[in-house]
Design a protein around this ligand. Structure first.
Ligand SMILES: [Zn+2]
Length: 239
């Protein structure tokens, strides 16, 4: 399985010919609200070539109309999934209902070689996290969420086993875990590797990944910061 951090909470997962994007924010749409990107998008939306786009919740940095609509138009076979509020927004934008799958916490969706489980998140409305599984590897992407006691248990139950990678938000603002809470969640989950995310996109809502990485390593768990746009082979990353 290959993994590319798209920046913020966004990831591209690839297994063979299957490409799944989670929370791609590939425009600068939020500059109009005073939130300019700190670096250019690693892909043009049309070039992402995803067969499935999962949006964990209906916020512009996770469901970006200027990202999802170019994808929807460029790839008529691309499907979309997310909690009901996401699906409703996609349909309002003009994505055909038949291309959308509702994926609420506790739900599951198969797409090609990927099995996607939606996990609980506490952020806004019906936000979810995601566990994507392919090639016997499990990747947890927290989406945006606050820390809560049952979170690790819920994720573990959805994953049905050991987590190979956990990508967790660390920005500590606007309804997201602080780096300390993110490290606590990783300590509960004990994945083979933890990576911090949801930083480095907007100057007013970023965080230093250093303290998170140090705290996770102190617990005897591997941690690494990813480089936006650089595709890595997950098994290599886990070595
Ligand atoms: Zn966000």
């Amino acid at each position: 399985m290959k993994l590319t951090w798209l920046g913020q909470g966004g990831f591209l997962l690839e297994s063979g010919a299957c490409r799944v994007a989670v929370d791609p924010y590939l425009s600068d749409a939020l500059a109009a609200k005073g939130l300019e990107r700190m670096s250019p998008p690693p892909y043009a939306p049309q070039a992402l070539a995803a067969g499935l786009v999962v949006c964990t919740h209906d916020h512009d940095d996770h469901l970006d109309p200027q990202t999802v609509m170019p994808i929807a138009l460029a790839r008529p076979d691309c499907r979309f999934a997310g909690p009901p509020a996401v699906v409703a927004h996609l349909i309002r934008l003009g994505v055909a209902q038949g291309r959308c799958d509702a994926l609420a916490a506790g739900g599951r969706l198969d797409h090609g070689c990927f099995s996607i489980a939606a996990t609980a998140a506490r952020h806004e409305g019906d936000a979810i996290g995601v566990v994507a599984e392919a090639e016997g590897l499990r990747v947890y992407i927290s989406g945006d969420t606050l820390f809560f006691d049952e979170l690790a248990r819920d994720v573990r139950r959805s994953a049905g086993g050991v987590m190979d990678l956990a990508a967790v938000c660390i920005n500590g603002r606007w309804g997201n875990m602080t780096w300390q809470e993110a490290a606590m969640l990783v300590g509960d989950l004990r994945p083979r590797l933890a990576i911090p995310m949801h930083y480095g996109m907007f100057a007013t809502n970023t965080a230093d990944p250093g303290p998170f990485l140090a705290a996770v390593r102190e617990m005897g768990i591997s941690a690494a910061a990813m480089e936006v746009g650089r595709t890595v082979e997950l098994r290599e990353l886990l070595k």
